[in-house]
Design a protein around this ligand. Sequence first.
Ligand code: DX5
Ligand code: ZN
Length: 217
Amino acid sequence: MIKVAPSILSADFGKLGDEIKAIEEGGADLVHVDVMDGNFVPNITIGPVVVKSIRPLTEMPFDVHLMVQKPQDYVEDFIKAGADILTVHVESDHSPHETIKQIHDMGKQAGVVLNPGTPFHIAKDFLNEIEMILIMTVNPGFGGQKFMPEVIPKIKEAKDYIDSQGLSIDLEVDGGITSENAGEVASAGGNILVAGSFVYRGNPKETIASLRAACEQ
Ligand code: DX5
Ligand code: ZN
């Protein structure tokens, strides 16, 4: 069963509470929170104070995507603010093993993220330690970018490897997801779809339903 994780980066921050309610009522499974530090990516977005302020508004898990240079410096603050799942880039300046342990020591779920240009084998070292792998289908930094179909073989490679190892890891795919490509992403093995601009460009009830429908075909 596909899960949908709308990214609030594409929400109207002038009414963020209403926007979170809209995706919850629209059938979303998780809230994808895109954190950017202006260093790892050329954009600055959401800090722990925002996560803390929206935490009481919903029971949905907060899936916090740390696009930051030093995730080890921020894990604790985001968990205290309400993060449930924290995904960290293998390309950041840290030891993923240590950052994953830091997240687990605080009782939360951990994942690693691969940029489009990073080969899947880089993630193999961490697969026994994580609950999720996030495969980017855009270069990180902004919502509303174009889906990169050349990443689909990597999604399939990851899924085949995870299955061959008998691991039960969620495979989240993030970037440019629409009802046009969701079916292909799901068939390749993605089971959690992140979508920001597609979900918020219309009525989330309809856009989330169209993502699910595209995966059932
Ligand atoms: C990009 C973020 C994505 C992005 C998704 O760096 O990690 O989560 O906000 O937005 P869309 O679905 O519009 O690509
Ligand atoms: Zn993201």
